[in-house]
Design a protein around this ligand. Structure first.
Ligand SMILES: Nc1nc2c(ncn2[C@@H]2O[C@H](COP(=O)(O)OP(=O)(O)O)[C@@H](O)[C@H]2O)c(=O)[nH]1
Ligand SMILES: [Mg+2]
Length: 468
């Protein structure tokens, strides 16, 4: 893939010496802490020869083929003692993740050993990598485009299997290919414009009609992709769901039902849950932060009162609120106690204890038994529907976007294409139309990182974790 990057030498990235590409960089690719194994990544031309200086079998490293493993020990040259027994994966001839010579050392997961290895590396003139620097190099070497670079981070930080598989599709280059397709079509149209501009409209025998319909089709496809943003974010960032209501209505029982465990204390005593409890659950692949709250009631207990204050704060932040009532004690008039909340589009009214509140016929909301699980499926289905805000359920083959950067570049492109259509319909001069077409192409180019500025790169890569 041809990646033309307009990253000038004196960009802020280079000034800070954080992304200097001539350096050999190293980082721990696994979490910092004691574990059975740890993986240290090293990348940059000459990194294998340097590592060979502290390796028990230097020739094996120097002569070993790319994509093979070499077993040996790392040796501290000062003491001549082995630091750790390791396995080294070799990536030669630019075939590493970064597109340059690199290696990965699997060592034992002792932090003391890892720190000693890092000291040795520094002694050899290597430096610790900045966040995202390995992926940055992969991008600079044209191994991946910017959408794939972002997908690396999205894959690593995915909170659910679904979010993971959606990010994986972008990592495989599906988004890049789609955008490239749009770009090719726009370039074809540009060539028609260029032809007319070059020869002047009079000199061409047949007057060529500007293909407005084609621009509209491309714009439509971009709008479809834009529409996936809501759902893309839902699966990556998840949603907050708040269980609220009076005391003893069964909030904690419902909370435990979601978790399928006895996490929150259930009791007949009013005011048992005095502070909120948070837990993470997964609703059909959507990562959910679920909150069990202190029941809303007048109380003289200061701790409980603080808990109730916190409940109100949570209610402001929630994406969805389940307002729970005890169906044996409350009727529809109780709804008026929570006037504003009931009207809130985020609110779902839940009538609990259906097992002991027979023959209830509420006009609004869902009837469930948190104790027995009755009505839970229907409630969950409604919650999903509300969270998706009308977006269709995702199938595994769907391509969605979740990055706000990608979203704004697509908006920029869509708006430019809209202006192209308006200008063409208004019969405006072709050079004006051409400049809007260019703007659309630039939007797509920025999206994939073909044309991009250093500050955009810095924002993208500085959000990464070290070692990626
Ligand atoms: N019969 C019946 N009892 C329930 C149900 N849900 C909760 N309870 C009971 O209601 C009481 C209060 O429940 P709890 O979950 O602590 O309510 P919270 O104060 O809203 O958190 C407990 O004794 C629960 O066992 C239900 O669906 N059916
Ligand atoms: Mg409770």
């Amino acid at each position: 893939m041809d990646t033309i990057v307009t990253l000038d030498v004196y960009s802020p990235l280079m000034d800070q010496k954080r992304y200097d590409q001539d350096d050999i960089i190293f980082a721990l690719a696994t979490p910092w802490g004691s574990s059975a194994l740890a993986v240290v990544r090293v990348s940059g031309e000459g990194c294998i020869a340097k590592t060979a200086q502290i390796f028990s079998r230097p020739t094996a490293l120097l002569k070993g083929e790319s994509h093979t493993l070499v077993h040996g020990s790392l040796i501290d040259p000062a003491t001549n003692k082995a630091i750790d027994e390791v396995v080294v994966s070799l990536f030669k001839g630019g075939r590493g993740y970064t597109g340059e010579e690199s290696l990965e050392i699997s060592c034992h997961g002792s932090m003391a050993a890892v720190e000693t290895i890092f000291d040795l590396f520094r002694g050899l003139g290597m430096r610790a990598a900045s966040p995202g620097e390995f992926t940055f190099r992969a991008f600079m070497h044209g191994k991946i485009d910017l959408t794939q670079a972002e997908a690396v981070m999205e894959v690593v930080s995915a909170q659910s299997q679904k979010g993971h598989s959606l990010a994986l599709r972008r990592l495989e280059g599906d988004l890049f290919n789609l955008i490239e397709g749009f770009k090719r079509e726009l370039l074809d149209l540009m060539s028609i414009l260029a032809l007319q501009l070059d020869y002047g409209e009079d000199e061409i025998e047949e007057d060529i009609e500007f293909p407005t319909a084609k621009v509209e089709t491309i714009k439509g496809s971009i709008e479809e992709l834009l529409a996936t943003y809501t759902i893309g974010r839902l699966y990556s960032e998840g949603a907050k769901i708040i269980l609220a209501g009076a005391t003893n209505v069964g909030k904690s029982t419902l909370f435990n039902l979601f978790l399928k465990e006895e996490r929150s204390i259930v009791s007949t005593i009013h005011g048992t849950t005095r502070d909120f409890i948070e837990s993470r659950v997964n609703l059909e692949g959507i990562p959910i932060r679920l909150f069990d709250t202190a029941g809303l009631r007048e109380t003289g207990d200061t701790i409980e009162e603080e808990g109730i204050k916190r409940t109100h704060r949570l209610l402001d932040e929630g994406d969805l609120i389940l307002l729970i009532f005890d169906g044996t004690e409350h009727d529809e008039e109780s709804l008026s106690l929570y006037g504003d909340l009931v009207e809130d589009p985020r609110c779902i009214v839940v009538w609990n204890k259906s097992d002991i509140a027979p023959n209830q016929n509420f006009s609004n909301g869902f009837t469930i038994s948190a104790k027995r699980g009755e009505g839970f499926k229907e409630l969950s289905r409604e919650m999903l529907k509300r969270l998706r805000k009308g977006a269709a359920a995702l199938d595994d083959q769907q391509l969605v976007i979740e990055s706000s950067r990608q979203h704004s570049e697509l908006v920029r492109t869509r708006d430019a294409l809209e202006r192209v259509v308006e200008l063409a319909q208004g019969g405006l001069p072709l050079d004006i139309i051409a400049s809007e077409m260019n703007e659309a192409l630039n939007g797509l180019g920025s999206l994939t990182g073909e044309v991009t500025s250093s500050d955009i790169l810095e924002t993208v890569f500085s959000n990464f974790c070290v070692g990626k």
